[in-house]
Design a protein around this ligand. Structure first.
Ligand code: NCD
Length: 358
């Protein structure tokens, strides 16, 4: 166990993600994260425990008595949802997760309605939120801001936990958790996730969900990863270096049609053109071969699933929407349950909920 109060910011920042991990854990023996900043904080035992807790919350919430019990567990806590980038699902599912656990919420979604508009720094805004709230769920275009704020808050008189709901092009750990939860549930009765092949397709260079999920998949035995993208948007070397260091088998490809028959899951993503350095840069890339349509559907194995973090544009044709292998709708709802589990675990309630009488 390490603590962020025992290390200076520069020294902490220079550590590898693996080395940072113990500083972000809850104090005590449960090994759950306190600040959730990146996917590298989750190993297989932790993923299994969080999925079990999600299933438990999902089950308890089915009865009125159970739902009311869950609403009491964190009724004394308040959470701030601070989203300075657009969001529908991540915002709403965190909000719903808080509601399931009885947490009262506040939100800022537009800097124009906060003092940032008057020139306040993001750092000062977050410190302000920590004065009034017991948790900060934040999305920011700035890579590393959640990390810096975790250090700042841990070294302040209000060391409230931070949950990263998307940081720049870098990480989206709670999306990766819901993706893993969806995959685990999809393959639960079909021999599990070990040994499967996951095909990632689309903008893999700037898609933070892919970066986080690719890492979480390394927690499973023998999961192969195939990265299908136009060469300009192919997965970054730093992700491949991690896969190499963990002995993961992967392939880079430019051909979705030949990868699809090999897939147990196809994870489609949209072109992240909001990150274009020159306006219209992405529009010049030929992305027409990186879309999942009727032909790909016919090539997809019968037990495989189609996933997407959403929002989609046209990278999955609507003709796939009612196919039983389309998992993107379920992914959204799974997000609410796993986020409720993560928030409950952050506040030390894993055992209480797992062992309650409902
Ligand atoms: C993703 C994101 O914001 O990174 N959306 C989400 O959280 N479900 C993916 C995207 O915007 O393409």
């Amino acid at each position: 166990m390490a603590n962020l109060t025992e290390i200076g910011w520069e020294e902490f920042e220079a550590l590898s993600l693996e080395e940072k991990k113990p500083y972000l854990q809850r104090s005590g023996a449960d090994a759950m994260p306190y600040h959730t900043l990146f996917a590298q904080q989750f190993d297989r035992p932790l993923l299994d425990r969080l999925c079990a807790l999600s299933n438990r919350i999902r089950f308890i919430n089915k009865s009125r008595e159970g739902a009311l019990y869950l609403k009491s567990v964190l009724a004394h806590k308040r959470a701030m949802l601070y989203f300075s980038q657009p969001s529908s699902r991540t915002f709403l599912s965190h909000l719903a997760a808080c509601q399931i656990l009885g947490i009262t919420t506040g939100s800022v979604r537009d800097a124009a309605t906060s003092s940032e508009f008057k020139g306040e720094s993001r750092e000062d805004s977050i410190r302000t939120f920590s004065s009034y709230f017991d948790m900060i769920i934040m999305r920011s275009p700035e890579r590393g801001l959640a990390e810096r704020m975790s250090w700042e808050l841990s070294n302040s008189s209000r060391p409230v936990p931070i949950l990263n709901a998307g940081s720049g092009k870098d990480q989206h750990p709670t999306q990766a958790l819901l993706d893993i939860y969806t995959l685990m549930r999809s393959f639960e009765e079909k021999g599990g996730l070990d040994g499967r092949t996951v095909v990632f397709c689309g903008d893999l260079k700037r898609g933070r969900t892919v970066r986080s999920l690719s890492y979480l998949l390394t927690a499973f035995d023998g999961v192969k990863q195939i990265f299908v993208a136009p060469k300009e948007l192919q997965i970054s070397q730093d992700v491949l270096d991690i896969l190499d260091s963990r002995g993961v088998e992967y392939t880079l490809s430019g051909d979705l049609k030949s990868a699809t028959p090999l897939a147990d899951a196809v994870y489609m993503t949209r072109i992240q053109d909001e990150w274009d350095e020159a306006k219209g840069e992405s529009a010049k890339i030929d992305t027409s071969r990186f879309k999942f349509g009727a032909e790909e559907l016919s090539l997809l194995p019968k037990d495989a699933c189609i996933m997407h973090p959403l929002p989609r544009r046209d990278e999955i044709a609507t003709c796939c929407d009612r196919d039983p292998r389309a998992m993107y709708w379920r992914q959204m709802r799974n997000g609410m349950w796993i986020r409720a589990a993560l928030i409950a675990a952050t506040f030390g309630l894993e055992k209480t909920i797992m062992e309650c009488g409902y």
